[in-house]
Design a protein around this ligand. Structure first.
Ligand SMILES: O=P(O)(O)OC[C@H]1O[C@](O)(CO)[C@@H](O)[C@@H]1O
Length: 460
């Protein structure tokens, strides 16, 4: 009899030794306290500068902040006292039905649906969704992004490395397309995009700690699964496949998808990755369309929304004192969007707590596009990785292919670039050297964002 692979249970804060437990007990309360604090201290600036409300509406909006603070404090209390996770009642958002469907499913299987007794994915996503609900229900704060200030300040701290990278990119030689040159450039920009994932502001509870200066030689040994070579071979095949197609009418005939993670410096490195690949001829601009997938609400503190992309482009363009190189590169990004070579896509799926193995069932149109239209799906960051592998208690030796289960888009390659910030990792080969090394790591090595994985998979 064929034995089915055993699917381990999801991570949950019901385990007091888990990072999920720490997250719900300590990190999320700190994050929401900072939002409350922001509304207390900066409500006047938020109302007049961020929301640009006319003077006659400002007193009423200021009054409304009291209500918001009360509701945020209540949400924090409900989390800390392990209250029930209830259906979403009054939202005007398009994801409400999907949320309530999945919660109803949860009530059927679980007779105690409270924060510390559901999967970590469900409790953490629900928390951010309910925080957003508070603002959505308000009169004046519906478009307020409670994390905008920290995202903005975090990028401002990285201007120097951004300028340096821009300078490098502008000097790339678009004529010199030898394979060695392409490979070393590909590696350099992939490393930037990978380690750019350290710029998440949720792990640091909103503290801006990173500076952007990375020593890639030193960091190489911290990449525990490194499928970069396979990723590189695929990029070459992609190009040669296109080149062998002599039919000029087939130009612009393929797309790639990047499931973005954090705004600010990580987003900038992601744009640099694509622009560098365009420049050295690996992703020729006249043949590829890049779909950037963003979140449609403030999410896990620093996740990218459409407004963050617009802010970045405008900020670099408008701010005096920023280097000419960075401004010129930014103009190229702008042009890519203007010419629709780069597209921004929003979908509710990315802010639902679903494991990506459920995508074929719950977001069939998205999955269909991935299967039929896309050549490469690049997943950035920790949360995307958690969702790909179902946020389950996998043995670290489990293969990536097994861990992603039903998420197997035919014809597209999948790549993840992730710094490890949650206690789930797969694909660590039985290499005794790596296993020995891991034994020497600090006990919280999966929680600190100091180690990384690059998984690459092409399903044929
Ligand atoms: O921005 P990323 O890389 O998805 O990280 C998200 C963060 O959220 C969590 O997944 C949960 O809080 C952390 O483990 C991680 O720090």
């Amino acid at each position: 009899m064929d034995s089915q692979p055993i699917i381990p249970e999801p991570l949950s804060a019901n385990d007091k030794n888990s990072f999920a437990y720490k997250t719900l007990s300590y990190r999320l309360p700190i994050i929401i306290t900072k939002v409350i604090d922001l509304l207390c201290r900066q409500r006047k600036q938020i109302i007049s500068i961020d929301l640009k409300l006319p003077p006659e509406q400002q007193p009423e909006a200021e009054e409304e902040t009291k209500q918001l603070i009360e509701e945020l404090a209540k949400l924090k209390y409900e989390l800390q006292t392990n209250k029930s996770i209830r259906p979403i009642v009054s939202s005007s958002l398009s994801d409400t039905q999907a949320w309530n469907d999945l919660l109803n499913e949860e009530y059927r299987h679980n007779d105690n649906v409270v924060y510390f007794n559901v999967s970590w994915l469900l409790s953490e996503c629900y928390f951010y969704r309910m925080m957003h609900e508070i603002f959505i229900r308000s009169k004046y704060f519906q478009n307020f992004d409670q994390f905008f200030t920290v995202k903005k300040e975090s990028f401002e701290l990285c201007l120097k490395p951004a300028e340096k990278l821009a300078k490098h990119l502008l000097m790339l030689n678009d004529q010199q397309q030898s394979s060695d040159y392409q490979e070393s450039t590909f590696t350099f920009y992939t490393m930037h995009s990978l380690w750019g994932n350290k710029f998440d502001l949720s792990l640091s509870c909103g503290e801006r700690k990173q500076t952007g200066d990375f020593d890639f030689n030193e960091l190489e040994s911290k990449i525990l699964v490194n499928d970069l070579k396979n990723f590189w071979s695929f990029m070459q095949q992609l190009l040669s496949g296109q080149n062998s197609n002599n039919n000029q009418n087939d130009k612009k005939s393929y797309r790639i998808d990047i499931i973005l993670d954090n705004a600010g410096y990580e987003l900038f490195t992601d744009f640099c990755w694509v622009e560098a690949m365009h420049t050295i001829g690996l992703l020729p601009k006249d043949q590829v369309i890049v779909h950037f997938h963003v979140k449609c609400m403030p999410w896990f503190v620093s996740d990218t929304m459409t407004s963050d992309i617009k802010w970045l482009l405008k900020y670099v363009n408008d701010t005096a004192g920023i280097s000419l190189d960075l401004k010129r590169l930014n103009e190229r990004f702008n042009e890519n969007f203007r010419h629709r070579q780069w597209l921004i896509e929003e979908h509710d799926f990315w802010t639902l707590p679903h494991d990506y193995a459920q995508m074929p069932r719950v977001a069939p149109e998205l999955y269909r596009d991935f299967c039929h239209e896309s050549r490469l799906i690049l997943f950035k960051g920790d949360l995307n990785y958690r969702k790909l592998v179902g946020d389950r208690k996998w043995n670290i030796r489990t293969s990536f292919k097994q861990a992603i289960r039903e998420f197997q888009p035919k014809s597209a390659a999948i790549c993840t670039l992730r710094t490890i910030k949650a206690d789930v990792v797969v694909g660590i080969h039985d290499d005794p050297v790596i296993i020995e090394r891991i034994k020497q790591f600090p006990s919280d090595w999966m929680e600190i964002g100091e180690y990384a994985v690059i998984n690459f998979l092409k399903i044929d």
